[in-house]
Design a protein around this ligand. Structure first.
Ligand SMILES: [Zn+2]
Length: 317
C-alpha cells in the first residue's frame, strides 16, 4: 500500500487541527519514571525514563512547546499497604522536585495519584483480609499521596483510583496540610483492556489482567459515567476526566454539554498501541491517525488531552 509521506501533508494536518480548535496548551505529555530507563515492548517508540535523566525527558517535551507533563511512577519495589506511594523520597516525589527545580514554573506538573503501582495486589485500592477493596481506608492513603506530591512541587494532582469520595478526601487533606494544588479527577475511568500496554510496563505479569470492574465504570453504562463526573464536581474537583478517549467521544461531548465544566480526556496506552502497531505494519498512515484522533478528541469537547502522541503532533499545532 502506497502511503503518502507525512511531510507533504504538514499544511493539511495543521489546517485540520486548527479547524478542530486544537492548540499546544491543550496537550499533556505522560512521563513514566523509574530508577532505570527501559523500553516498553507493548508501546513501540516509548520508554520508561530514569530518574537521573528526568530533566532531559522533560526538556524534550518542553522543546516541542508542550508545557504540561503528567508523571506516572514505576517504583522498583512494592509494599502490601502501598504506603511507599506517599514517601517524600518516592519516585514521583523525587522526579517532581527535580523537574520543578529545573523548570521553575515554566512547566505544569501533574501527578497520578493511585496505589496500583505501589501495592502488592496491583489494585487501585487497599484490600481487606478477604480480598475486597476497602474504599474508605484507601481514601486516607490517596489523600496522603496527593499531599506528598504537592509538597514535592506538583501543580495538579490527578486521582485515578476510582474510589468513592476520593476528591473530597484529597481536597480536605490538602487544605488541612496548608498546601495548594488543583485536582484533576479521573472521574469516568472505564474498565477496559485498553490499559494493558501501560500495565505491561508498570506491572508484573501476574497483575496485568486484574478485574477492576467493581470500582471502574462499565462502558455499557454511560449514565454512571455522568453520575461519577457530577459527584466529583460536587466534591470540589477543578477538572474532570473521561478515559479512554477514542470510543467515548460521545460521552466527552455529553459531559461538556451537560456540565460546562473543565474536561480532560486520556488517549490511553491501548489507543497508542493500536495506531502504532497498524502504522508499523503499513496498514494505515500513522501520522494521519495521530492527527485525526487528537483532533477529534478536542472537537468532542476536551479542554486537556493526555496523550503519548502529544509531542509527535506538536509540529502541526
Ligand atoms: Zn490505579
Amino acid at each position: 500500500m502506497a502511503l503518502r509521506r507525512p511531510e507533504t501533508r504538514l499544511g493539511h494536518f495543521s489546517e485540520y487541527l486548527k479547524l478542530c480548535g486544537l492548540k499546544k496548551e491543550h496537550l499533556v505529555s505522560p512521563l513514566f519514571v523509574s530508577e532505570n530507563k527501559r523500553s516498553i515492548g507493548a508501546m513501540p517508540g516509548l520508554s520508561i525514563s530514569s530518574l537521573d535523566d528526568i530533566e532531559k525527558y522533560a526538556q524534550n517535551i518542553s522543546d516541542r512547546g508542550i508545557l504540561s507533563v503528567i508523571l506516572f511512577g514505576v517504583p522498583s519495589r512494592r509494599s502490601a499497604d502501598g504506603k511507599i506511594a506517599m514517601d517524600a523520597e518516592g519516585i514521583v516525589q523525587k522526579a517532581t522536585s527535580r523537574i520543578r527545580s529545573h523548570f521553575g514554573s515554566s512547566l505544569t506538573i501533574l501527578t497520578d495519584v493511585c496505589v496500583c503501582q505501589y501495592n502488592t495486589s496491583g489494585h487501585c485500592g487497599i484490600a481487606d483480609k478477604d480480598g475486597r477493596i476497602n474504599n474508605d481506608s484507601t481514601l486516607e492513603l490517596l489523600a496522603g499521596i496527593a499531599v506528598s506530591q504537592v509538597q514535592a512541587g506538583a501543580d495538579i494532582v490527578a486521582p485515578s483510583a476510582m474510589m468513592d469520595g476520593q476528591v473530597q478526601a484529597i481536597r480536605t487533606k490538602l487544605r488541612d496540610s496548608g498546601v495548594k494544588a488543583a485536582i484533576l479527577s479521573y472521574s469516568a475511568k472505564h474498565s477496559s483492556s485498553l490499559y494493558a500496554p501501560f500495565r505491561s510496563a508498570a506491572f508484573a505479569k501476574s497483575r496485568t489482567e486484574l478485574d477492576k470492574s467493581s470500582y471502574q465504570v462499565s462502558y455499557a453504562n454511560p449514565r454512571q459515567a455522568m453520575r461519577e463526573i457530577e459527584t466529583d464536581i460536587n466534591e470540589g474537583a477543578d477538572m474532570v476526566m473521561i478515559k479512554p478517549a477514542m470510543a467515548y467521544l460521545d460521552l466527552i461531548r455529553m459531559a461538556k454539554d451537560t456540565f460546562d465544566f473543565p474536561l480532560a480526556a486520556q488517549n490511553v496506552s491501548g489507543e497508542y498501541a493500536m495506531i502504532k502497531a497498524a502504522g508499523i505494519k503499513g496498514l494505515i498512515d500513522e501520522h494521519e491517525w495521530k492527527v485525526n484522533t487528537l483532533g477529534s478528541i478536542r472537537r468532542a469537547g476536551a479542554d486537556r488531552i493526555i496523550s503519548y502522541f502529544a509531542t509527535d503532533i506538536a509540529e502541526y499545532v
